[in-house]
Design a binder for this molecule. Structure first.
Ligand code: PLP
Length: 405
């Protein structure tokens, strides 16, 4: 077994060797510019790009013509939100989103507010979900866009996308979903799910970094966007710049594999995740699950270990590559905005760890991870006076702490 063990599949994923193999010719001999129509180098590159477009379309129930290539989800989100806001400025100036979205959505919404738009930030439920009723109540005659993620990157909670999409279509409001964490893990069908705009990113589905796309619906309704990167008019004028052919080929191959292996991947991730949680809950007390026990990504497990500080725990499990919800890498020491939006108390938020299981996770690695987590949590709790008091039956919430002078 190779250490450290990678259990951070929501942050990024390793490149599938089959994806690398598909990309190789386009990094070497097939180096043509896909926009070049005058010789075989260009034709071959264009052919490869079109094949990738169709593979992405097949994964999400779209036509290849509805795919706009970008550098990844962050760019796709910027294009979708800013592009719609500019294009439909006459129709309305109101956008609905949620506090649990990725920063790429939240910060783009902040930008829109500076441009004079009004944004409603819905508060999710305690398990991180947005309900159709919340969206309906927030809708106004001037609402032009609802932007809600398919699956949350921290807690894995799945939103009721199909119902929200149906509501949006019924009300004539565009619906954008950030499906970065969802594609390849749960079924996504832009038709059945009534989605008008959707982003995905290759590096979350065993493809290369720095490439992704935006799906833009072409009929019922036909969605129009103002480009955010101007230039040679590539991607039907929506995103200029010479296409990243090897990256796009990799994204296409990753989507093809995601489609054919979705059931297998999801079943394996779920089995390992459930096994992990079952054993952690059996061996440790005072562990809480963050997220929705029912509506959750198969490979995600976000747990809070009371009386243990997340960053100390991460230091204590050095052989495991995982993420903490306390976001202590930033200068602020602020706990995760997602856990905050779900009203998880600061203490539990600070003790949260996200474990991610994926295509290349092995059972023996999970066994090792369980051993490491149990050992580290027990050791840290031995040092915790609070945990001692709880063990002795003292209700620490009732303690009146004296302030020091
Ligand atoms: N949205 C979600 C839900 C994500 O998890 C991520 C990845 O961190 C992004 C957007 C940004 O994606 P990218 O790294 O492709 O810019």
């Amino acid at each position: 077994m190779k250490l450290p063990i990678y259990l951070d599949y929501q942050a990024t994923t390793p490149l599938d060797p089959r994806v690398l193999e598909a990309m190789m010719p386009y990094l070497t001999s097939e180096f043509g510019n896909a926009a070049n129509r005058s010789h075989p180098f260009g034709w071959k590159a264009e052919e490869a790009v079109e094949k990738a477009r169709n593979a992405i379309g097949a994964l999400i129930g779209a036509s290849g013509k509805e795919i706009v290539f970008t550098s990844g989800s962050t760019e796709s989100i910027n294009l979708a939100l800013k592009g719609v806001a500019e294009m439909y400025a006459e129709k309305g100036r109101h956008v609905i989103t949620s506090m649990a979205e990725h920063k790429a959505v939240l910060d783009t919404c902040k930008h829109l507010e500076k441009q004079g738009l009004e944004v409603t930030y819905l508060d999710p439920t305690r398990t991180g979900r947005i309900t159709t009723e919340m969206v309906e109540q927030a809708m106004r005659p001037d609402t032009i866009l609802v932007a809600l993620m398919w699956a949350n990157n921290e807690v894995g909670t799945l939103n009721p996308v199909r119902e929200i999409g149906a509501l949006c279509h019924q009300k004539g409001v565009l619906f954008f979903s950030d499906a970065t964490q969802a594609v390849g893990k749960v079924p996504v069908d832009v038709e059945a799910d009534h989605v008008d705009l959707l982003c995905l990113s290759a590096h979350k589905i065993y493809g290369p970094k720095g490439v992704g796309c935006l799906y833009v619906r072409r009929k019922s309704p036909r969605v129009r966007l103002v480009a955010q990167i101007d230039g040679g008019g590539h991607e039907r004028g929506m995103r200029s710049g010479t296409l990243n052919v090897p990256g796009i080929v990799g994204l296409g191959k990753a989507c093809e594999l995601a489609r054919t292996e979705l059931d297998k991947d999801a079943a394996q991730a779920r089995e390992l995740r459930d096994y992990f949680e079952k054993r952690i809950f059996a061996e440790l007390d005072h562990v809480a699950l963050n997220g929705d026990p029912e509506h959750r990504l198969p490979g995600n497990s976000n747990l809070s270990f009371s009386y243990v500080e997340g960053e100390s725990l991460i230091m204590g499990i050095k052989d495991l590559a995982v993420s903490s919800g306390s976001a202590c890498t930033s200068a602020s020491l602020e706990p995760s905005h997602v856990l905050r939006s779900m009203k998880v108390g600061d203490e539990l938020a600070h003790s949260s760890i996200r474990f991610g299981f994926g295509r290349f996770t092995r059972r023996e690695e999970v066994d090792y991870a369980i051993g490491e987590v149990v050992r580290a949590v027990r050791r840290l709790r031995e040092l915790s006076p609070l945990y001692e008091m709880v063990k002795e039956g003292i209700d620490i919430s009732k303690i009146q702490w004296q302030s020091g002078h």
